[in-house]
Design a protein around this ligand. Sequence first.
Ligand code: GUN
Ligand code: ZN
Length: 657
Amino acid sequence: MFEIKAKDMRGRVGVLKTKHGKVKTPALMPVIHPRKQAIDVKKYGADIVITNAYLIYKDEDLKEKAVDVGLHELINFDGPVMTDSGSFQLSVYGDVDITNKEVIEFQELIGTDIGTSLDIPTAPFVEREKAESDLEITLERAKEAVEFKKEHNIEMLLNSVVQGSTFMDLRQKCASELSKLDADLYPIGAVVPLMESYHYKELVDVVMNSMMNLPDNTARHLMGAGHPMIFALAVAMGCDLFDSAAYILYAEDDRLLSTRGTFKLENLQEMPCSCEVCSKYTPDDLRAMPKKERRDLIAQHNLHVSFAELRLIRQAIYEGSLMELVEERCRAHPALLDAVRQLANYSEDFEKYDPRSKKSAFFYTGSESLRRSEVFRHHKKLKGMPKKRDLIVLPPTRKPYSKFISGKLGEFYVCGDSHEIDLDDADFMVLDVPFSLIPLEIDELYPLSQSAAPKIRDGDSVEFISDFLNDFSQDYDEILIHKKVADILNLDLENKFEDEIIYAKDDVKKVKAIADYQFGWGAGEALFKGNIKIEKSKKTGKIRHIYDGKTLIVNMRASDSYLVLSKEGAKRLHGAMPYPQNRVVVNRDSEPFALDGKSIFSKFVVECDENIRSNDEVLIVNEEDKLLAYGKSLISAVEINNFQTGQAIKTRKGFKK
Ligand code: GUN
Ligand code: ZN
């Protein structure tokens, strides 16, 4: 029902299948008023819409027509339609005269594609008791709806809405209880008041605490979110669907949406974009128009900017630049900047989803970038790395550093007590923003080289890399700091190191270090033994293939410098690295398929290494750890464990005799 095509952070480009066709996500569902609709939203880019089943139910005319000709004809839209249940009216008026079962039955009767049970939208910041008792009812009704759907063989897809107000444990509880049900989609509810009052920081907590407990293989809808300013942020947190009444409500009020905020027509000297409306009319033209005509044109603009933003977001996911877009968008308002800063508290979670390598480079856009999951991931790897005796800290150069650093390295200061350096037992690392310390041998790996930060460093980033260096260098005997590094960190060092430090490039050391970083410590020694031959590209001088004699062990991918296993490489890695490292374990039934080189579907995986991320090279084994095949993971460990449909591993080769 929901298939993921591309990912970045927790964001996904997906396809949602309904009985009225497929929808590419992230998608915006314009809210259609069943009686008052004036605008043809399909013409302006809507593939799916949402309307309110309760409003139809309450209106005798509409109800009769809907039952008679069906919902799609009633609202004149032939694509997928989602309906809400009257929960919003419940939250405004305190009561609705329809039961949960009735509203489910009615939605099915009129042919809704995606229906909603009668959840209770509990406002933010209420008393805990209120949130708890509301939640009990919401959960009960969600359960009742799912059971009703099963009992009556209802085809309609079903929304189960996450509530819990601003109590994070209640959001978690609600999401995990709902996950146990067999609902089809999981909206996150009662967030409109948070957005209207610019509580974006709290919005991040509410969405993340819900999201972290929802299944990954279904679409998640941020209910009532219709302002394009927050789309990128919400998508990065894993939201796939939005609904907008904003396009028309703002238009009624002479307000124009933009990703930078909202413009009041009365203040506009210039039209804010290049859509048809903005190109054709001036603000004066609009102000002079009759109300209705003006409203429809502003609504058209509002839809245009909303759909344009979603196209941009999907493109950002395809190329791996979603976080750059989020950081850019969140500079539109300090409260949004708070939201990005709050996101940093979830780096560990994002790291589990973020692909290992992406098409586009990591751009440092400000101190918020220091706490992105890529930086967290690199730090974690470094902390787990066996250290040499001494540390030599070098200043950044152009990238890749290793291309520009060799031979005599200039002036150094000594920080430890021994004042003796063993160059053969020293780690050579570059200090730079934001990854802090980058071992020279692995500097070409994504994103260490495929990243850029401004030359003029801000105070936060200097403090950040300085703190990391302090912390990381604790276990070394001797630390040599290059003079330029001392300048960057504003260190007043006294003990000059008298001898020359020389860095000798060594390709074998380099590929071993890359293997260790990529597959786990010890992988380098295991892979590259025997008569090692390294073949480089004549054009770029970069390493391409590594052999033992005539047997290929690995290729090095040009785009991100990660190693791609050959048959021999897979065997060596499997023999040397302990279970479960780099393993994906498949069940007995799929053994022959794996041996045959067929791709592996998530549902056949019994277990996998928790460190697998999308784009990783993995070993495919059976439950006795017999090597069956090897391939590239398309998703990360949490997703492999979570998904019941779709491909997990693109198998390169099977070991069938
Ligand atoms: N629309 C906006 N918020 C909500 C919510 O919490 N529940 C439902 N059903 N619809 C909404
Ligand atoms: Zn416009």
